[in-house]
Design a protein around this ligand. Sequence first.
Ligand SMILES: Nc1ncnc2c1ncn2[C@@H]1O[C@H](COP(=O)(O)OP(=O)(O)OP(=O)(O)O)[C@@H](O)[C@H]1O
Ligand SMILES: [Mg+2]
Length: 328
Amino acid sequence: MTTLVPEELLGLTGLAVHFTGRRNWRGNRPPPVRAVDGVTFSVGKQETLGLVGESGCGKSTLGNAVLRLVHPTAGQIRFDGRDVTRLDGEELRDLRRDVQMIFQDPYSALNPKIRVGESIGEPLLAHGIAQGKALDDQVSELLGLVGLPPERASRYPHEFSGGQRQRLVIARALALKPRLIVCDEPVSALDVSIRSQILNLLMEFQQKLGLSYLFISHDLSVVRHISHRVAVMYLGRVVELAPRDNLFQEPLHPYTEALISAIPLPDPVAQRQRKRIILKGELPKPTAPPPGCPFHTRCPIAQPMCREKVPPLEEKRPGHWAACHLRS
Ligand SMILES: Nc1ncnc2c1ncn2[C@@H]1O[C@H](COP(=O)(O)OP(=O)(O)OP(=O)(O)O)[C@@H](O)[C@H]1O
Ligand SMILES: [Mg+2]
């Protein structure tokens, strides 16, 4: 089968991150939290891969593993064809130039006591790329790039609005000319009215600077706006992965169907007529994922075999992968 994947920039194979707790007073360890449990996918050059799923399914842990802020328990991370799973020292520093992160909360991402120009220039200074006048020039250029007047470099974070602060954070992330940015809920803390401005800015930079994004969000409408392909996570695993339109028009996994059915529709008539799939039960604990298909305890179409066998993530249509025994 053909795969509709652009040339790989970031590649994950069987990536797992398990958190082991401390021993209790009896000397027993609690079962590990299987936050990420065998994830395989790639992000192409100049591609945006959206990563969605409920709270606690392992999205941020996966992003942190890509940035090597947490150690993978198993599996491999490749960047531009190189195995970066166990890099350290100088090599890890080099990787950190190429891979940047934007978090949800622009308030805590900027030091309130430091002028914003200094915050934006800090990575350039730390990596020995610019200082003095050259540094000031680059900071001005970065501010201009994100649509802020360069003379505001001497202001403090509290003098900016939420949307402007996220622009400042983006400027800092762009300072080192990264090739991949992991965006972890970058617009979730912003007013709805300014979300699309920030998303459009990110899309503009993708075109201009040839960037790739791993774009994490629990909000499907945001992911739909910005992604080329979308991966759906459930209990630490990818259960579906497809080009954006295929995923939204023809979801194959019952979990994806349920997520899509919960997106509010702009047309009130259509909204009244559509069927919302309500999932029964609670999200199982990642310390004790159910046997067989991890989704079977909440799946509206589960059969006895789903309790026994883990469904592999299979390419059911060209470029459209799903992990479900019952969908072909
Ligand atoms: N440092 C840690 N130690 C132990 N468990 C952790 C740690 N970090 C995350 N977890 C657990 O791993 C699981 C996945 O968490 P994670 O933050 O990656 O989820 P998420 O999909 O980003 O959720 P949200 O949408 O709420 O941000 C959760 O059960 C969480 O409690
Ligand atoms: Mg998170």
